[in-house]
Design a protein around this ligand. Structure first.
Ligand code: GLU
Length: 447
C-alpha cells in the first residue's frame, strides 16, 4: 500500500518551527517512500480563519520547498495553488462531516445531547502502537470515567477537531499520522472513532517536542519559535531544513550536513529520536554559515543584493564588478544574510558614523601624523591592490617604529566606521584609491 501522509495545520497566523518540522518529517517520509504528501488546512475554527493566516503556512512551506501533491483544483493562479492544486480546507468539506455524523447517529454510535452530538467512547483501555513512542496503553482518566463520551458536533453545528481530523484522515486514505507528541493524548479518541467507522486506524508516529535550550517548553514568544523569523532574517531554507531534520532525527552515521536528496534517501521513522529535542540557535547559525560558505556565486550575489535592497541599499547604483568584488570579501564571513548590511554596508554608503569607543582610541592626535604618512604612501602606490597595500602599510609602520596594528585600526575605522569586517587590504582594494583616500582624509580632519 502506498504511503499517504498529511500536514494538518490550523491557521493561527503563525508557523511554529515545531509545525515546520512536522511538515518536513511528513514530506520526507512521503518522498522517501514514493508516497503522497497532502496539505490539509484545519480551519473549522472560523473565528481565527483568515486568508492571511493561511498564507503564513503556505509561504512557509513554499520557502522550505515542501511541495504538496494533491488537493482540489483551484483556478486562482496567484492564490494558494500548487501546480494548480490547492490544499484541502476543512471549511470546504462540511457535507462530508455531516454525512459521517449521520452515519454514526443512525448506527447508535453517537447521540444528541443538549443540541450537541456526542460520540460513545469506549470504556475499555485503548492500545496505541506508536512507531516512535512504542506501546502506549491509554485508560480513561478519572474525570473522563465519569462521562467518557465526548462532543463531536457542538450545539452551534460546528464539528469538533477530533471528529473532522479523523474523518479527513479516513476519507483521504492517510496511512501514517506523523504529528507532534502533544497529540498523543488525543489518539485513543481518534482510534476509537476510526473503529466506529469500521476502518482500521492509520499508523501513528508521534514526534517528541522541541524544547528551549534550557529545557523549558517552547512557546510562541520564545526566540526562534517562528519560522517567519528565519525567512525575514535571511537564513537559507536549505540550512533551516537541514537543522530542523536533526531536531529529533539522526542518521546512523551522525553526519550533520545533509542535502535534500540525501535526506530523502535516508529519512525513515525508526530513526526518529525518542527524547525531546533542544533548540540550539548557535548551531542553526553555524549550519546556516556552512551553507552560505558553499553557496554557488550567483545565488550568493543574488541573495546579498536582495538583503541589501530590503535594508534600503540599492546596490544596482554601482557597477556590477564592484558589487561582486565587494561581496566576495564577505564570503565565508557571515552566519546569516541579515548580518550583511552591518558588515559590508560601507561599500555602498558613505561612512558618517564611527564606532565611538574605537574612535576615541584610534583617532588620536598622536595617530594623526602616522595616518597622514600612510595616506601619502597610499596615494603614491603604483597599484592599489591588496598585496602592495599590505606591504606598504607594514613598511610605513616599520619606518615609524610602531606595530602594524597602530595603523591598521584607524585605517579600518576610517574606511568602514567599524572595528571588524572584511580583510582590510582587500576591502581597500575594492573601495579603490579615490574612495579610500577620501575616507582617510575625512578621518584625519576629525583627529
Ligand atoms: N490541526 C492540528 C494541529 O495543528 C492537527 C493535528 C494532527 O496532525 O492530527 O495541531
Amino acid at each position: 500500500m502506498s504511503v499517504r501522509v498529511r500536514f494538518a495545520p490550523s491557521p493561527t497566523g503563525f508557523l511554529h518551527i515545531g509545525g515546520a518540522r512536522t511538515a518536513l518529517f511528513n514530506w520526507l517520509y512521503a518522498r522517501h517512500t514514493g508516497g503522497q504528501f497532502i496539505l490539509r488546512i484545519e480551519d473549522t475554527d472560523t473565528a481565527r480563519n483568515t486568508q492571511a493566516a493561511v498564507d503564513v503556512i503556505l509561504n512557509g512551506l513554499r520557502w522550505l520547498g515542501l511541495d504538496w501533491d494533491e488537493g482540489p483544483l483551484t483556478s486562482d493562479a496567484t492564490g494558494p495553488s500548487h501546480g494548480g492544486r490547492g490544499p484541502y480546507f476543512q471549511s470546504q468539506r462540511k457535507d462530508i462531516y455531516q454525512r459521517r455524523v449521520e452515519a454514526l447517529l443512525s448506527r447508535g454510535l453517537a447521540y444528541e445531547h443538549d443540541g450537541a452530538v456526542k460520540f460513545k467512547m469506549t470504556r475499555e483501555p485503548v492500545l496505541i502502537d506508536d512507531l516512535i513512542v512504542g506501546h502506549v496503553r491509554r485508560e480513561l482518566t478519572d474525570r473522563e470515567a465519569l462521562d467518557p463520551d465526548f462532543v463531536i458536533v457542538r450545539s452551534d453545528g460546528q464539528p469538533v477537531f477530533h471528529f473532522v481530523n479523523v474523518v479527513d484522515d479516513l476519507e483521504m486514505g492517510i496511512t501514517h499520522v506523523i504529528r507532534g507528541e502533544d497529540h498523543l493524548s488525543n489518539t485513543a479518541k481518534h482510534i476509537t472513532l476510526f473503529r466506529a467507522f469500521d476502518v482500521s486506524p492509520p499508523k501513528y508516529a508521534h514526534i517528541p517536542l522541541i524544547l528551549n535550550a534550557d529545557g523549558s517548553k517552547m512557546s510562541k514568544r520564545d526566540q526562534g519559535a517562528s519560522l517567519a523569523t528565519y525567512m525575514d532574517e535571511g537564513y537559507l531554507p536549505e540550512a533551516v531544513v537541514n537543522y530542523l531534520v536533526l531536531l529529533g532525527w539522526s542518521p546512523k552515521d551522525n553526519r550533520e550536513i545533509l542535502s535534500i536528496p540525501e535526506l530523502i534517501e535516508r529519512f525513515d521513522l525508526p530513526q526518529v529520536l525518542r527524547h525531546n529535542a533542544r533548540f540550539d540557535m548557535a548551531k542553526l547559525q553555524w549550519m546556516n554559515g556552512e551553507y552560505m560558505r558553499t553557496l554557488p556565486d550567483d545565488r550568493f550575489y543574488e541573495l546579498c543584493v536582495h538583503t541589501f535592497a530590503r535594508a534600503g541599499v540599492d546596490t544596482n547604483r554601482f557597477p556590477l564588478p564592484y558589487v561582486k568584488a565587494a561581496l566576495d570579501t564577505c564570503k565565508g564571513k557571515l552566519k546569516t544574510f541579515s548580518e550583511l548590511p552591518g558588515y559590508a554596508g560601507f561599500y555602498f554608503n558613505e561612512v558618517t558614523q564611527f564606532d565611538a569607543a574605537a574612535a576615541q582610541k584610534d583617532f588620536t592626535p598622536e595617530n594623526k601624523p602616522r595616518l597622514q604618512r600612510l595616506r601619502e604612501a597610499y596615494a603614491a602606490l603604483p597599484e592599489f591592490k591588496a598585496a602592495p597595500l599590505e606591504a606598504c602599510l607594514k613598511s610605513v609602520a616599520a619606518e615609524l617604529g610602531v606595530k602594524a596594528g597602530v595603523l591598521v585600526h584607524p585605517v579600518r575605522l576610517a574606511c568602514t566606521g567599524k572595528t571588524a569586517g572584511p580583510s582590510l587590504y582587500h576591502l581597500l582594494e575594492v573601495l579603490g584609491r579615490e574612495k579610500s583616500l577620501a575616507r582617510l582624509d575625512a578621518a584625519l580632519a576629525r583627529m
